[in-house]
Design a protein around this ligand. Structure first.
Ligand SMILES: Nc1ncnc2c1ncn2[C@@H]1O[C@H](COP(=O)(O)OP(=O)(O)O)[C@@H](O)[C@H]1O
Ligand SMILES: [Mg+2]
Length: 412
């Protein structure tokens, strides 16, 4: 081999000037199209600097609509201002996807308030009330305003109920020397339905909805990152627009758009292109779709896999709007070939509903006259993904089933 194997890559000029501009954790200094949301947070949180208690807030919006990044931005500005004014303001950001029990949330915040000489609060083991008491006394010892952000709060409630929120939204009545404000952030608009009405009204004193970004708004967000993070002239015309359009179709998700752009740039680099083109975006989109769908395919139970296999097999043969009867025929044939007892048509009908819920197929009910109803299904897996291949990889029986010959209805 000529020279060191790292040399070729090391010498290659990167298209990125600042790769971190495309990282999820990057916090840009400007947040286009979130002025209204920033203003609402500021108008409420300014009370922290005025000696009052800011209202509790609930922030809603689809994933990737900027809830986390906007909240972090506003709080960091608040901390700066507090310092400048000599006001004691403390902020705690808890991601309830990772910290999802009452005990752990309280333990986490109380530990951040720990001072020398305090007994460390163990990760488990104390009665929850004792941890809560420790938190209250430490908040009072510190004084000032405490702002607790519970990000992805829907996870906490679905796992552990609303007990913690009951205590936290009531905490100002037991604090003597400090004030507290809760900001909940949820991807699920209906999340308060799972709350006790008292908790819900105390938590959502102010609601703030983050609408999904439009394609044009996402373009602006991407342009900022491109200016800062990318070598000038690296993008072919239409690249930013395509990333934005694809992400807007998804659900106005800025995270998806940034992922698409970052992977497109990496694809161009890998193929040693100095210019990122729309072809790279399409490759990036296929990769993201593949990464999204294949883990779901892999973990399906055997019969779900066999049903999906049967649908894709028929589609491969040119059939669309496949009737449940047809799915069942192919499914039974596949079961036969691999020596598995087929489930009843009724069970298959409910498996089809589950596949629909997972977004792997689209099923619709059609009336067949004289009150009869039947279902028609189409797979919803992107065409670029070889679903049968992905199913076969995780399940040898599917690989075996795929080798057989089938009596399929033709599309004519
Ligand atoms: N208005 C914006 N300007 C710049 N970047 C944004 C904006 N909104 C979202 N982003 C970026 O998009 C990604 C997703 O945003 P995030 O706040 O994590 O969404 P959410 O918390 O609503 O799921 C992050 O990388 C974030 O920096
Ligand atoms: Mg978030």
């Amino acid at each position: 081999m000529d020279g060191n194997i790292f040399e070729k890559i090391l010498g290659q000029e990167s298209l990125f000037l600042e790769r971190r501009a495309f990282d999820h954790a990057f916090e840009p200094s400007r947040l286009p199209h979130r002025k209204h949301e920033i203003d609402s947070l500021v108008r409420n949180l300014v009370d922290a600097l005025n000696g009052h208690i800011p209202s509790n807030m609930l922030l809603y919006g689809v994933p990737g609509s900027g809830k986390t990044v906007v909240t972090r931005f506003v709080l960091s500005q608040l901390l700066d201002k507090g310092k400048e004014m000599g006001e004691s303001v403390r902020c705690y950001e808890i991601n309830c996807r990772n910290v999802d029990t009452k005990y752990r949330v309280v333990q986490n915040i109380a530990s951040q308030l720990s001072q020398r000489g305090d007994a460390p609060i163990p990760f488990t083991g104390w009665p929850t009330d004792r941890v809560l008491d420790a938190l209250i006394s430490r908040m009072d010892r510190e004084g000032g305003v405490h702002i607790i952000v519970l990000d992805e709060i829907d996870n906490l409630v679905s796992r552990s109920g609303d007990g913690l929120l009951y205590n936290l939204t009531n905490i100002n009545t037991v604090l003597n020397n400090s004030r507290c404000c809760i900001i909940g952030i949820s991807n699920d608009l209906h999340f308060t339905q799972h709350l006790d009405p008292r908790v819900s009204s105390r938590l959502s004193q102010e609601d703030l909805v983050f609408h999904p970004y439009s394609a044009l708004e996402i373009q602006d967000i991407l342009e900022e990152r491109v200016d800062f993070g990318l070598r000038e002239g690296s993008l072919d015309g239409g690249v930013v627009q395509l990333c934005a359009a694809l992400a807007a179709q998804e659900h106005g998700d800025a995270r998806r758009a940034l992922d698409l752009l970052r992977i497109s740039i990496q694809k161009a680099e890998q193929s040693e292109h100095a210019l990122v083109g729309t072809a790279h975006v399409k490759m990036a989109q296929s990769q993201l779709e593949y990464d999204q769908v294949t883990p779901v395919l892999r973990t399906l139970p055997l019969h779900q896999k066999l049903v999906l296999f049967s649908i894709r097999l028929n589609e491969g043969n040119g059939l669309r709007n496949i009737s449940t009867g047809e799915v069942y025929r192919t499914y039974s044939e596949a079961c036969m070939k691999v020596g598995v007892e087929p489930l009843t048509p009724r069970r298959i009908s409910s498996l089809l509903n589950e596949l629909d819920t997972l977004g792997l197929i689209m099923a619709r009910n059609v009336s067949k006259g004289r009150g009869g109803r039947s279902k028609q299904v189409n797979s919803a897996i992107p065409k670029a993904i070889d679903a049968i291949d992905a199913l076969s990889e995780s399940e040898p029986l599917i690989a075996q089933a795929a080798e057989g010959k089938y009596v399929l209805q033709s599309h004519l």
